[in-house]
Design a binder for this molecule. Sequence first.
Ligand code: HEC
Length: 193
Amino acid sequence: MMFVRSFVFFLGVLATVFFGWAALVGIPDAMISEIPPPEDLPRYTDVQLFGRKIYIREGCLYCHSQQVRPEGFGSDDDRFWGRPSVPGDYVYDKPHLLGTMRTGPDLMNIGVRQPSVDWHLIHLYNPRLVSPGSIMPPYPWLFNEKPSAGPNERVLTLPDSIAPKGNVVVATEEATALTEYLLSLNRSYPVRQ
Ligand code: HEC
């Protein structure tokens, strides 16, 4: 009797685990594994992929989501963050960077909203220079102070009050790649809903 009971209990556990797996992993995976990449979505370039690694390393996703909610599901529409995201928007995102927090704005379409490289570099160097009162942390380690810039280096235009005396501040490869990645965030092409 004891054996039969244990066996039934074991079967119950197995069934529970299996149904949980099917509902949360198996069925959703089958549903979205067939999604073709949208024609208008370019693949990331190597530089953009490097920038994406910096985005992950620096923890940007702890404060920024990359998912625009459907109409009637919040105020994303009023904030002009773009059309609601669809699964195809993420085909090249491995791992995806959906994020769970919105301490800062959603970045799914930041490349459209803010296309200026200089703006992004200055914002990363010190967010308050372009966004007064910002609570986003500065990322000064993505920049170097030097007496003069090299031929391909981008110099930041800083206000005199914070510009280092006699030196210039240049963006590192990490900062320019991160900016290229941010500019690539553009999911504004039309989709069939
Ligand atoms: C502690 C939370 C926090 C972290 C971490 C953070 N941000 Fe932000 N971010 C914000 C807030 C708040 C704003 C809005 C104020 C501003 O523009 O600075 C913002 C704004 C932005 C904007 C402008 C968005 C717009 O719609 O104008 C960009 C781009 C951005 N962040 C990129 C980044 C990147 C890249 C990183 C990682 C290197 C990062 N953020 C890390 C909080 C954060």
